[in-house]
Ligand binder design. Structure first.
Ligand code: UDH
Ligand code: NGS
Length: 286
């Protein structure tokens, strides 16, 4: 009887479709790093988010369903800042979304691309998402007109990062934040599984996009802006010395190695208030 308006609408049997363009979008966002904020406070800010980091607008039926996959190990501070900014932004975009943190178990060399494949599998097990965003945890979008939906071609979203003075470092760059529909993802056979350590895996994915006969789609320069949170270099993610040889051979490897050949073992799956945490054993190089 005393439910608020949004709660009343949630129980209303037929909701209207959300508008094509959300009226809640406002443009540039001032991103500062709120070091004082605790995770509990970030949870309180976001009390409309459902367990596991899931959300859908309470007052209209979302047109788009987007999963966010975050490759992760030992970046709790970044995750807290990311959640503080990403939840309100995705809600202003009126999306049905879910946040999946794919946490690599153990101290072996990090494998960002393989974690992306795992995240794709695990997210699709829960829901048939329209679009999957592959998202570094330390990149914070600075404009909410950068809509978290997919395009006709695989999308590279983080095109203007403060670290590179807001300029795309090279034309085939596909690192940081990218987005593919499931069918685009299948067409490129997902991400490579064998890039252990830093570098090159995103270039391999860009080559897959071209080999599969697609192009890279990008938002406008003034909209695809991101702030990268500064950090020390990680343990277990030193530059991979084999990466240059590997990216020269993508044409021979992409059909054999990809999402369909990803082997892993889920160690735990936890539904936290603002994200689903999936800890996985993805093995190690040989
Ligand atoms: N990541 C982790 N933990 C790690 C390593 C990476 O969570 O230990 C994730 C995280 O989501 C990060 C992403 O993988 O945003 C990419 O990591 P990265 O180290 O490739 O890129 P990042 O942008 O740092 O964080 C750039 C430093 C480049 C090092 C230069 C080596 N020559
Ligand atoms: C290229 C790397 C990419 C990387 C990009 C930007 O040189 O993996 O730099 O790096 N390719 C190779 O090493 C072959 S960044 O400074 O953002 O970490 O994404």
């Amino acid at each position: 009887r005393h439910m608020n308006f949004a709660a009343t609408l949630r129980h209303f049997p037929v909701l209207p479709s959300c508008p094509k363009t959300s009226p809640l979008i406002s443009g540039p966002i001032d991103v500062t790093v709120p070091l004082e904020l605790s995770l509990e406070e970030v949870e309180k800010e976001n009390n409309f988010v459902e367990l596991g980091g899931r959300y859908r607008p309470p007052y209209c039926v979302a047109r788009y369903r987007t999963a966010i996959i975050i490759p992760f190990r030992n970046r709790d501070l970044h995750l807290k800042i990311f959640l503080h900014y990403i939840h309100p932004l995705l809600q202003r975009q009126q999306l049905n979304y879910g946040i999946y943190v794919i946490n690599q178990a153990g101290n072996y060399s990090f494998n960002r691309a393989k974690l992306m494949n795992v995240g794709f599998w695990e997210a699709m097990l829960e829901e048939t998402w329209d679009c999957v965003f592959f998202h570094d945890v330390d990149l914070i979008p600075e404009d909410d007109r950068n809509i978290y939906i997919c395009d006709d071609n695989p999308k590279h979203a983080s095109i203007a990062v403060n670290k590179f003075n807001y300029i795309l470092p090279y034309s085939t760059c596909f690192g940081g934040v990218s987005a593919l529909t499931p069918s685009q993802f299948y067409r490129i056979n997902g991400f490579p599984n064998n890039y252990w350590g830093w570098g090159g895996e995103d270039d391999d994915v860009a080559t897959r996009v071209f080999l599969a006969g697609m192009k890279i789609s990008r938002p406008a320069q003034h909209i695809g802006r991101y702030k990268m949170i500064k950090h020390q270099s990680d343990l277990g993610n030193t530059p991979n010395p084999k990466r240059f040889d590997m990216i020269a051979k993508t044409k021979q490897t992409w059909m054999k190695d990809g999402w369909s050949t990803t082997e892993y073992k889920v160690i735990s799956k936890e539904y936290h208030p603002l994200y689903t945490n999936i800890t996985v054993n993805i093995g190690t190089i040989d």
